[in-house]
Design a protein around this ligand. Structure first.
Ligand SMILES: NC(=O)C1=CN([C@@H]2O[C@H](COP(=O)(O)OP(=O)(O)OC[C@H]3O[C@@H](n4cnc5c(N)ncnc54)[C@H](OP(=O)(O)O)[C@@H]3O)[C@@H](O)[C@H]2O)C=CC1
Ligand SMILES: C[C@H]1O[C@H](OP(=O)(O)OP(=O)(O)OC[C@H]2O[C@@H](n3cnc4c(=O)[nH]c(N)nc43)[C@H](O)[C@@H]2O)[C@@H](O)[C@@H](O)C1=O
Length: 313
């Protein structure tokens, strides 16, 4: 990639897409193509083909998807599998037809079997049963990996896939039902403090462990990989994370402290825990010369400041 390359960021208004655009602009890339969902519905193959034919992007970051936390995944399994399969099928196929030099597909660490050994190595893909709360979403993501691999094999394309751990940062979804745990807890503790509530309810038992990566680190990794590596040299896909996790209970305590809430934490064990643990083995990206640099405490503080500036009621 050079600063004159034409680069399409699909999903540029989301958590990941917006971080990619921020970073690409900061690095001096001048031709960044973006389209809102109203302008281009990526589930529609005719619209996607038309866009690629007209714009012929050289590099494609595929960060558009139907995304949500444990509750949204459980409640809308049909939407999660249908929309994700459609978006990725259309964008990957158009990238091949209109000769994109390279594509980077965003998967997720939920592709790995629920009871796989920890940390999760790339080799563990398809070695066991998936976590049921997000199986349809995970199956769509696995299909995306396999599609990139198949196109590379049959058509000699250069399509790569990355599997990020749980992400957070500016432009995250702070909805109380549909979001992921970290933004949901920022909002819950913030509102509890503002309204003088005595406690905050945290879903599940608090014992599941999760790994969190700041989205600016993810964007940095994606651009580094897109710029420097060929799918043939890195293998079919790569984990991206910090390699460190913590129990949800400790995450809740950290967010409570950051927000300055002095009340109690109450666990609602009627809500699902999901996967007990999913910490990534990050030795492959490490060997390629990339490491996360934003610590969780600093990242939460920065995200909380962003939330206060954009969401405070
Ligand atoms: N967030 C996380 O913790 C993780 C995310 N990922 C992956 O990273 C990628 C990006 O996720 P994230 O940024 O969090 O998601 P967001 O929900 O924040 O953003 C998704 C983006 O996709 C766009 N989009 C969705 N459907 C369509 C459509 N039919 N046509 C056009 N655009 C569409 C949305 O547009 P609009 O703004 O109009 O809604 C939005 O801009 C996904 O592939 C996700 O699976 C992987 C691991 C963890
Ligand atoms: C990124 C990843 O995200 C999802 O998987 P998940 O990691 O299980 O998602 P989550 O962030 O929603 O929950 C993590 C843990 O946290 C607990 N938890 C406590 N209190 C709240 C709470 O208030 N909200 C939420 N959402 N969770 C809560 C919750 O019960 C669970 O034990 C999938 O979309 C999956 O497909 C995927 O890729």
């Amino acid at each position: 990639m050079d600063t004159e390359s034409s680069i399409y960021v699909a999903g540029h208004r989301g958590l990941v897409g917006s971080a990619l655009v921020r970073k690409l602009k900061a690095l001096g890339y001048r031709h960044i193509l973006t389209k809102t969902r109203n302008e281009l519905d990526l589930t529609n193959p005719y619209q996607v083909d038309h866009f690629f034919e007209e714009n012929r992007p050289q590099y494609v970051f595929l960060a558009a998807a139907k995304v949500g936390g444990i509750y949204a995944n459980s409640k809308y399994p049909a939407d999660f599998i249908r929309e994700n399969l459609a978006i990725q099928t259309n964008v990957i196929h158009a990238s091949y037809r209109f000769q994109a030099k390279k594509l980077l597909f965003l998967g997720s660490s939920c592709i790995y079997p629920k009871m796989a050994p920890q940390p999760l190595m790339e080799d563990y893909l398809l070695s066991g049963k998936l976590e049921h709360t997000n199986e349809p979403y995970a199956i769509a993501k696995i299909a995306g990996i396999k599609m990139c691999e198949a196109y590379n094999k049959q058509y000699n394309t250069n399509f790569m896939a990355v599997m990020p751990t749980n992400l957070y940062g500016p432009n995250d979804n702070f909805d109380l039902e549909h979001s992921h745990v970290l933004p949901a807890l920022i909002r819950k503790f913030h509102e509890a403090k503002a309204t003088g509530q005595g406690h905050v309810v945290v879903w599940g038992t608090g014992t599941p462990r999760r790994e969190f990566l700041h989205v600016d680190d993810l964007a940095d990794a994606c651009i580094y990989l897109m710029d420097k590596f060929h799918a043939k040299t890195v293998g079919p896909f790569l984990n991206i994370g910090t390699g460190e996790d913590l129990p949800i209970k400790e995450l809740a305590q950290l967010i409570r402290q950051t927000v300055g809430f002095t009340g109690n934490i109450v666990f609602d064990s009627t809500k699902p825990d999901g996967t007990p643990r999913k910490v990534l083995d990050v030795s492959k990206t490490d060997r390629l010369g990339w490491k996360a640099s934003i610590g969780l405490k600093d990242g939460i503080e920065q995200t909380y400041r962003w939330f206060q500036e954009h969401y405070d009621q």
